[in-house]
Design a protein around this ligand. Structure first.
Ligand code: GRF
Length: 196
């Protein structure tokens, strides 16, 4: 079962997933492997890390395409190189592109994303700053199936962290990220175990 992970930057969530997939029990139980790490940015730091782990990598540079649809088509073709039967999971991990409805439909029910808020609260960007400014006492992260509607879709896992006095978006982001690295592999294991 090929897992194709899409990143745009550091890819710390990708790293957590690759590490989980390297465990023998994962391979034996889920018969899934990380087939590739693909980025829309040639300079994404996660690409070098993945390559060092022996994971195939590819770049589909969104700046090289005239439209969102053209980029998504090229991205779908790159994914198909690693998942020719179209049965794997497409895992968005710090992937900062909004995917077109056509792309989502093509991979229907097999795209997963992690969003740094307790959805449905704070869809979109700058979630930590917004939560602090709203006076929230808690923040967190959500793993969800991707639908055509941004940051929507069935929730698979969530983690909650306290917002502490004096928190900045950076200190809160770091606290949430730690939890992300725990819930993302777990959500994927549950999806694979459920035979999605
Ligand atoms: C994280 O906040 C994650 O929730 C969001 O992108 C940020 C960076 O993730 N999706 P990563 O370190 O690139 O995995």
């Amino acid at each position: 079962r090929p897992l194709v992970i899409l990143i745009s930057g550091t890819g710390s969530n990708m790293q957590a997933i690759v590490r989980a997939a390297q465990q023998r029990r994962w391979r034996e139980r889920y018969r899934a492997e990380v087939a590739a790490v693909i980025s829309n940015r040639p300079d994404a730091k996660g690409l070098a890390w993945a390559a060092e782990q022996g994971v195939p990598t590819a770049v589909v540079d969104h700046q090289a395409y005239p439209s969102r649809e053209a980029f998504d088509d090229a991205l779908a073709q790159a994914i198909a190189r690693f998942d020719p039967h179209g049965r794997g999971l497409v895992i968005l991990a710090g992937f900062m592109r909004i995917l077109t409805p056509g792309f989502v439909q093509h991979h229907e029910g097999r795209i997963v994303n992690i969003h740094p808020s307790l959805l449905p609260a704070f869809p979109g960007l700058h979630t930590h700053r917004r939560a602090i400014e709203a006076g929230c006492r808690f923040a967190g992260a959500t793993v969800h199936l991707v639908t055509a509607e941004l940051d929507h879709g069935p929730i698979l896992e969530q983690a909650v962290v306290p917002i502490l006095p004096g928190d900045t978006p950076e200190t809160l982001a770091a606290r949430v990220l730690t939890q992300e690295h725990l819930i993302y592999p777990r959500a994927i294991e549950r999806l694979l175990g459920a035979g999605v």
